[in-house]
Design a protein around this ligand. Structure first.
Ligand SMILES: [Zn+2]
Length: 295
Protein backbone atom coordinates (compact mmCIF):
# COMPACT_ATOMS: atom_id res chain seq x y z
CA UNK A 1 0.00 0.00 0.00
CA UNK A 2 1.34 3.45 -0.82
CA UNK A 3 2.28 5.05 2.52
CA UNK A 4 3.52 8.55 3.36
CA UNK A 5 6.85 8.37 1.43
CA UNK A 6 5.19 6.99 -1.71
CA UNK A 7 2.38 9.56 -1.76
CA UNK A 8 4.93 12.33 -1.05
CA UNK A 9 7.01 11.12 -4.02
CA UNK A 10 3.97 11.01 -6.32
CA UNK A 11 2.98 14.52 -5.21
CA UNK A 12 6.45 15.90 -5.93
CA UNK A 13 6.70 14.22 -9.33
CA UNK A 14 3.20 15.42 -10.32
CA UNK A 15 4.11 18.97 -9.32
CA UNK A 16 6.67 18.90 -12.11
CA UNK A 17 4.27 17.59 -14.72
CA UNK A 18 0.67 18.72 -14.14
CA UNK A 19 0.94 22.06 -12.30
CA UNK A 20 -1.14 24.83 -13.96
CA UNK A 21 -2.59 22.49 -16.58
CA UNK A 22 -6.26 22.73 -17.52
CA UNK A 23 -8.40 19.59 -17.35
CA UNK A 24 -10.20 19.23 -20.68
CA UNK A 25 -12.23 16.18 -19.72
CA UNK A 26 -12.26 13.09 -17.53
CA UNK A 27 -13.18 9.57 -18.58
CA UNK A 28 -14.35 7.23 -15.82
CA UNK A 29 -14.38 3.48 -16.48
CA UNK A 30 -14.98 2.35 -12.89
CA UNK A 31 -17.69 4.38 -11.17
CA UNK A 32 -17.25 2.89 -7.69
CA UNK A 33 -13.90 4.64 -7.25
CA UNK A 34 -15.65 8.04 -7.25
CA UNK A 35 -16.92 8.61 -3.72
CA UNK A 36 -18.25 12.15 -4.15
CA UNK A 37 -20.14 13.61 -5.96
CA UNK A 38 -21.88 11.01 -8.16
CA UNK A 39 -19.98 10.21 -11.35
CA UNK A 40 -21.81 12.41 -13.90
CA UNK A 41 -21.53 15.39 -11.57
CA UNK A 42 -17.85 14.61 -10.92
CA UNK A 43 -17.13 14.58 -14.66
CA UNK A 44 -19.09 17.81 -15.20
CA UNK A 45 -17.63 19.68 -12.22
CA UNK A 46 -13.97 18.90 -12.92
CA UNK A 47 -14.09 20.03 -16.54
CA UNK A 48 -12.12 23.20 -17.37
CA UNK A 49 -10.57 23.47 -13.91
CA UNK A 50 -6.86 24.17 -13.64
CA UNK A 51 -4.34 22.53 -11.31
CA UNK A 52 -3.26 25.19 -8.81
CA UNK A 53 -1.09 23.19 -6.43
CA UNK A 54 -0.58 19.78 -4.86
CA UNK A 55 -0.53 18.83 -1.21
CA UNK A 56 -0.29 15.63 0.82
CA UNK A 57 -1.97 14.80 4.10
CA UNK A 58 -1.16 11.34 5.50
CA UNK A 59 -1.75 8.96 2.60
CA UNK A 60 -4.14 11.37 0.83
CA UNK A 61 -3.10 13.39 -2.20
CA UNK A 62 -4.93 16.73 -2.41
CA UNK A 63 -4.87 18.35 -5.85
CA UNK A 64 -5.99 21.98 -5.47
CA UNK A 65 -7.97 23.19 -8.46
CA UNK A 66 -9.30 26.59 -9.49
CA UNK A 67 -12.80 27.66 -8.32
CA UNK A 68 -11.99 26.55 -4.74
CA UNK A 69 -12.23 22.90 -5.70
CA UNK A 70 -10.10 19.97 -4.50
CA UNK A 71 -9.54 16.62 -6.11
CA UNK A 72 -8.66 14.23 -3.27
CA UNK A 73 -7.12 10.86 -4.12
CA UNK A 74 -6.46 7.91 -1.81
CA UNK A 75 -4.59 5.17 -3.66
CA UNK A 76 -5.93 2.33 -1.48
CA UNK A 77 -3.83 -0.84 -1.84
CA UNK A 78 -2.61 -0.68 -5.42
CA UNK A 79 -3.60 2.68 -6.92
CA UNK A 80 -1.21 4.40 -9.35
CA UNK A 81 -1.25 7.84 -10.94
CA UNK A 82 0.72 7.82 -14.17
CA UNK A 83 1.36 10.89 -16.26
CA UNK A 84 2.07 10.56 -19.96
CA UNK A 85 1.83 12.08 -23.39
CA UNK A 86 -0.40 10.59 -26.05
CA UNK A 87 -0.55 7.93 -27.45
CA UNK A 88 -1.52 6.35 -24.22
CA UNK A 89 -0.54 2.95 -22.86
CA UNK A 90 -3.48 1.64 -20.90
CA UNK A 91 -4.88 -1.74 -19.88
CA UNK A 92 -7.82 -3.32 -18.04
CA UNK A 93 -6.63 -1.76 -14.78
CA UNK A 94 -6.89 1.79 -16.12
CA UNK A 95 -10.02 3.21 -14.46
CA UNK A 96 -9.82 6.98 -15.01
CA UNK A 97 -8.22 9.27 -17.56
CA UNK A 98 -7.72 12.97 -16.89
CA UNK A 99 -7.14 14.64 -20.26
CA UNK A 100 -5.37 17.99 -20.19
CA UNK A 101 -5.73 20.76 -22.74
CA UNK A 102 -2.20 20.18 -24.09
CA UNK A 103 -3.06 16.53 -24.92
CA UNK A 104 -1.14 15.07 -21.98
CA UNK A 105 -2.96 12.60 -19.73
CA UNK A 106 -2.99 11.55 -16.10
CA UNK A 107 -4.06 7.94 -15.78
CA UNK A 108 -5.48 6.35 -12.63
CA UNK A 109 -4.67 2.64 -12.59
CA UNK A 110 -5.66 0.27 -9.77
CA UNK A 111 -5.49 -3.55 -9.78
CA UNK A 112 -7.42 -4.13 -6.52
CA UNK A 113 -9.76 -1.12 -6.94
CA UNK A 114 -9.68 -0.07 -3.27
CA UNK A 115 -8.73 3.51 -4.19
CA UNK A 116 -11.07 6.48 -3.67
CA UNK A 117 -11.50 9.87 -5.34
CA UNK A 118 -13.51 12.86 -4.14
CA UNK A 119 -14.17 16.28 -5.68
CA UNK A 120 -14.99 18.75 -2.92
CA UNK A 121 -15.07 22.50 -2.38
CA UNK A 122 -12.70 24.24 0.06
CA UNK A 123 -14.19 23.98 3.52
CA UNK A 124 -15.77 20.61 2.70
CA UNK A 125 -12.62 18.50 3.04
CA UNK A 126 -14.08 17.13 6.27
CA UNK A 127 -16.52 15.17 4.10
CA UNK A 128 -13.64 13.11 2.72
CA UNK A 129 -13.79 9.94 4.80
CA UNK A 130 -10.94 9.69 7.29
CA UNK A 131 -9.25 12.96 6.34
CA UNK A 132 -10.52 15.15 9.18
CA UNK A 133 -9.67 12.51 11.78
CA UNK A 134 -5.99 12.25 10.83
CA UNK A 135 -3.39 12.73 13.55
CA UNK A 136 -0.39 15.03 12.99
CA UNK A 137 2.10 14.64 10.17
CA UNK A 138 5.12 12.75 11.57
CA UNK A 139 7.58 15.13 9.91
CA UNK A 140 5.84 18.28 11.15
CA UNK A 141 6.47 20.41 14.24
CA UNK A 142 3.05 19.32 15.47
CA UNK A 143 4.44 15.83 16.07
CA UNK A 144 6.37 16.65 19.22
CA UNK A 145 7.82 14.33 21.85
CA UNK A 146 5.16 15.71 24.19
CA UNK A 147 2.35 14.73 21.81
CA UNK A 148 3.96 11.32 21.20
CA UNK A 149 4.02 10.66 24.96
CA UNK A 150 0.30 11.36 25.24
CA UNK A 151 -0.56 8.77 22.58
CA UNK A 152 2.00 6.27 23.95
CA UNK A 153 0.29 6.33 27.32
CA UNK A 154 -2.50 4.25 25.80
CA UNK A 155 -2.63 0.56 26.67
CA UNK A 156 -2.62 -0.34 22.99
CA UNK A 157 -0.12 -2.72 21.33
CA UNK A 158 2.58 -0.48 19.82
CA UNK A 159 2.09 -1.76 16.26
CA UNK A 160 -1.66 -0.98 16.33
CA UNK A 161 -1.00 2.42 17.82
CA UNK A 162 1.45 3.40 15.06
CA UNK A 163 -0.85 2.09 12.31
CA UNK A 164 -3.80 4.12 13.58
CA UNK A 165 -4.06 7.14 11.27
CA UNK A 166 -5.84 9.07 14.03
CA UNK A 167 -2.69 8.95 16.17
CA UNK A 168 -0.20 9.70 13.44
CA UNK A 169 -0.86 10.24 9.73
CA UNK A 170 0.75 8.27 6.95
CA UNK A 171 2.38 5.17 8.45
CA UNK A 172 1.42 1.72 7.13
CA UNK A 173 2.56 -1.87 7.54
CA UNK A 174 5.97 -1.66 5.84
CA UNK A 175 7.27 1.44 7.61
CA UNK A 176 5.88 0.48 11.04
CA UNK A 177 7.76 -2.85 10.89
CA UNK A 178 10.98 -1.17 9.75
CA UNK A 179 10.70 1.59 12.36
CA UNK A 180 10.10 -0.88 15.22
CA UNK A 181 13.08 -2.99 14.13
CA UNK A 182 15.41 -0.01 14.00
CA UNK A 183 14.14 1.18 17.37
CA UNK A 184 14.67 -2.32 18.85
CA UNK A 185 11.05 -2.62 20.02
CA UNK A 186 8.87 -5.72 19.65
CA UNK A 187 5.70 -4.98 17.65
CA UNK A 188 3.70 -6.80 20.36
CA UNK A 189 4.75 -4.56 23.27
CA UNK A 190 2.20 -2.43 25.07
CA UNK A 191 2.86 1.21 24.23
CA UNK A 192 2.44 2.44 27.79
CA UNK A 193 5.22 0.09 28.96
CA UNK A 194 7.93 1.66 26.78
CA UNK A 195 10.69 3.32 28.78
CA UNK A 196 11.57 6.97 28.30
CA UNK A 197 14.68 5.96 26.37
CA UNK A 198 12.68 3.69 24.06
CA UNK A 199 10.07 6.39 23.45
CA UNK A 200 12.76 8.85 22.42
CA UNK A 201 14.48 6.29 20.19
CA UNK A 202 11.15 5.45 18.55
CA UNK A 203 10.27 9.12 18.02
CA UNK A 204 13.55 9.85 16.23
CA UNK A 205 13.41 6.56 14.27
CA UNK A 206 9.93 7.40 12.89
CA UNK A 207 11.33 10.61 11.47
CA UNK A 208 14.61 9.21 10.19
CA UNK A 209 13.05 6.18 8.44
CA UNK A 210 10.44 8.36 6.71
CA UNK A 211 13.07 10.90 5.63
CA UNK A 212 15.30 8.12 4.31
CA UNK A 213 12.36 6.52 2.44
CA UNK A 214 11.37 9.85 0.85
CA UNK A 215 14.98 10.32 -0.29
CA UNK A 216 14.83 6.81 -1.80
CA UNK A 217 11.56 7.79 -3.55
CA UNK A 218 9.50 5.16 -1.71
CA UNK A 219 9.38 1.37 -1.53
CA UNK A 220 8.42 -0.81 -4.52
CA UNK A 221 7.61 -4.25 -3.11
CA UNK A 222 4.23 -4.82 -4.74
CA UNK A 223 3.38 -2.50 -7.60
CA UNK A 224 4.29 0.99 -6.44
CA UNK A 225 5.61 3.37 -9.11
CA UNK A 226 5.69 7.16 -9.13
CA UNK A 227 3.81 9.29 -11.65
CA UNK A 228 6.69 8.97 -14.13
CA UNK A 229 6.42 5.17 -13.94
CA UNK A 230 9.66 4.84 -11.93
CA UNK A 231 10.12 2.46 -9.00
CA UNK A 232 11.34 3.58 -5.58
CA UNK A 233 14.49 2.11 -4.05
CA UNK A 234 13.78 1.84 -0.31
CA UNK A 235 13.06 -1.90 -0.76
CA UNK A 236 16.86 -2.30 -0.98
CA UNK A 237 17.13 -0.96 2.57
CA UNK A 238 14.37 -3.02 4.21
CA UNK A 239 15.71 -4.95 7.19
CA UNK A 240 12.72 -7.06 8.26
CA UNK A 241 9.71 -6.55 5.96
CA UNK A 242 9.05 -9.74 3.94
CA UNK A 243 12.33 -11.34 5.12
CA UNK A 244 10.76 -14.30 7.00
CA UNK A 245 13.43 -16.93 7.78
CA UNK A 246 16.26 -14.80 6.42
CA UNK A 247 18.98 -13.80 8.88
CA UNK A 248 18.86 -10.53 10.81
CA UNK A 249 21.53 -8.13 9.48
CA UNK A 250 22.48 -7.26 13.07
CA UNK A 251 22.45 -10.55 15.04
CA UNK A 252 21.91 -13.34 12.42
CA UNK A 253 18.73 -14.61 14.13
CA UNK A 254 16.09 -15.67 11.56
CA UNK A 255 13.42 -12.97 11.00
CA UNK A 256 9.99 -14.05 12.25
CA UNK A 257 6.55 -13.37 10.82
CA UNK A 258 3.42 -13.20 12.94
CA UNK A 259 -0.03 -11.76 12.21
CA UNK A 260 -1.10 -8.67 14.16
CA UNK A 261 -4.38 -6.90 13.36
CA UNK A 262 -4.66 -9.13 10.31
CA UNK A 263 -1.36 -7.80 8.94
CA UNK A 264 1.80 -9.81 8.30
CA UNK A 265 4.28 -8.49 10.87
CA UNK A 266 8.02 -9.01 10.53
CA UNK A 267 10.57 -8.68 13.34
CA UNK A 268 13.80 -10.01 14.84
CA UNK A 269 12.99 -11.82 18.12
CA UNK A 270 16.47 -11.03 19.49
CA UNK A 271 16.87 -7.37 18.49
CA UNK A 272 13.22 -6.66 19.38
CA UNK A 273 12.63 -8.37 22.74
CA UNK A 274 9.32 -8.29 24.59
CA UNK A 275 10.89 -6.31 27.43
CA UNK A 276 12.98 -3.16 27.43
CA UNK A 277 16.63 -4.04 26.57
CA UNK A 278 17.87 -2.51 29.77
CA UNK A 279 15.26 -4.48 31.74
CA UNK A 280 16.20 -7.93 30.51
CA UNK A 281 17.27 -10.21 33.33
CA UNK A 282 15.62 -7.95 35.86
CA UNK A 283 12.16 -8.29 37.31
CA UNK A 284 9.90 -5.97 35.38
CA UNK A 285 6.66 -5.12 37.05
CA UNK A 286 3.93 -4.51 34.46
CA UNK A 287 2.87 -0.86 34.21
CA UNK A 288 5.92 0.11 36.27
CA UNK A 289 7.64 3.34 35.45
CA UNK A 290 10.49 1.72 33.58
CA UNK A 291 12.41 4.96 33.33
CA UNK A 292 14.07 4.22 36.65
CA UNK A 293 15.31 0.86 35.30
CA UNK A 294 17.17 2.66 32.56
CA UNK A 295 19.54 4.48 34.85
ZN1 LIG B 1 18.50 -9.27 15.20
Amino acid sequence: MPELPEVETIKESLKETISFKKIKEVEVFCAKLIKFPEVLQFVKDIKNKKIKSLERRGKYLIIKLTFNTNLVVHLGMTGQLIYSDLPLQMDKHTHLLFHFEDNTVLQYRDVRKFGCLWLVKDGCLRFVSGLAQLGPEPLSQEFSMEYFNTILNKKSIIKYLLLSQNNLAGLGNIYVDEILFRAGISPERTAADLSLKEREKLYHTIRSVLEEAIRARGTSVVNYIDSDGKKGSFQDFLRVYRRTGELCFVCSTPIKRIVLAGRGTYFCPKCQPMTSNSCRGKTVRPRDNTESLNQ
